[in-house]
Design a protein around this ligand. Structure first.
Ligand SMILES: C[S@@+](CC[C@H](N)C(=O)[O-])C[C@H]1O[C@@H](n2cnc3c(N)ncnc32)[C@H](O)[C@@H]1O
Length: 233
C-alpha cells in the first residue's frame, strides 16, 4: 500500500492505523531514534496546559501524545477515528476520555476547548485545511493551536541524508519492528510530499488562525506550528 494507492482515503487511513496500533508506540521510538520523547516534551511546553483547562488532542492515537496534558492537571480529550488505536489507548490509559471522531467533522460544540493540538496527525487528514478549520471552530476565542508534524530539514546537506534515510533505510527497519511495514512506506512518502514550514504556516493562517509562527525541532525533521483563535469576528 503506497501513498499512490492509499491517497489518504479516510477508511484506508483508519484501517492502516488499526493494523499498527499494538506496536505503534515502540515502532515510533525505534524509527525516530528516541527523538519522539523530546518532541513530545516540546509540544507540552508549547501548549502550556494549565490545571482545569480543556485540551483537545486530535488524532491522539493510543493517547501517548495526550499524557503530558493530563499530567499538567488539564482535562484532555484524546480523539481519533481509528478504533484500533482507541482500543489500544483505552486499555493502557483507562482514565482518559478517548472519543471516536473524524477531524474533518469533529463531534464537539463550538468554542469548548481552551487549546487544541494535533501531533503527527494533520498530514494524515484527507483535507488538512478543513481539519484546521474544524479545530478553530471547537476552540474558544483567544484559545490556542499547536500542530506537531514532520517537516523538512532546513540545512541542505542534512536534508539530503535525511531524505535517503526516509526513502531507503526506514522501510527495511520498519519491516523488522512493525506489524504493517507498508504503513511506513506511506509514512516516508507522505512526509516527503508534506508542505514545508512556511507553506504549512500559510495553510494554518488561511484556515482562520492568527499570530501563526513555527519552531523547528531536530533541525526541521519536526516543526511545531502555533496559532491563536481571533478574539472577535
Ligand atoms: C501517527 S498517529 C499519531 C498519534 C498520536 N498523536 C501520537 O503523537 O503518537 C496519526 C493518527 O491520526 C489518526 N487520524 C488520521 N486521520 C484522522 C482523522 N481524519 N480524524 C481523526 N483521526 C485521524 C490516525 O487514526 C492515527 O491514530
Amino acid at each position: 500500500m503506497t501513498r499512490a494507492s492509499l491517497d489518504k482515503q479516510p477508511r484506508d487511513v483508519a484501517s492502516m492505523f488499526d493494523g499498527v496500533a499494538e506496536k505503534y508506540d515502540v515502532t515510533n521510538t525505534v524509527l525516530s531514534l528516541g527523538q519522539d520523547r523530546f518532541w513530545r516534551k516540546a509540544v507540552a511546553r508549547a501548549v502550556d496546559a494549565r490545571p482545569g483547562e480543556r485540551i483537545l488532542d486530535l488524532a491522539a492515537g493510543t493517547g501517548t501524545s495526550s499524557l503530558p496534558f493530563r499530567d499538567a492537571g488539564a482535562t484532555v480529550v484524546p480523539c481519533d477515528f481509528s478504533l484500533g488505536m482507541l482500543r489500544a489507548g483505552k486499555r493502557r490509559h483507562p482514565e482518559l476520555p478517548f472519543t471516536a471522531g473524524d477531524g474533518m467533522r469533529l463531534p464537539f460544540a463550538d468554542g469548548v476547548f481552551d487549546a487544541v493540538t494535533i501531533s503527527f496527525g494533520l498530514r494524515n487528514i484527507n483535507e488538512p485545511k478543513t481539519g484546521l478549520a474544524e479545530l478553530l471552530r471547537v476552540t474558544r476565542p483567544g484559545g490556542r493551536l499547536v500542530v506537531c508534524e514532520f517537516s523538512h530539514p532546513t540545512w541542505r546537506p542534512f536534508r539530503t541524508v535525511y531524505d535517503e534515510y526516509l526513502m531507503r533505510a526506514l522501510p527495511p527497519i520498519a519491516t523488522r519492528v512493525s506489524s504493517n511495514p507498508d504503513a511506513y512506506v506511506y509514512l516516508a512518502e507522505s512526509i516527503r510530499d508534506w508542505p514545508d514550514q512556511p507553506a504549512l504556516a500559510a495553510l494554518v493562517q488561511d484556515a482562520g488562525w492568527e499570530r501563526v509562527a513555527w519552531r523547528d525541532l531536530t533541525g526541521g525533521i519536526v516543526a511545531l506550528h502555533r496559532g491563536f483563535k481571533p478574539l472577535a469576528g
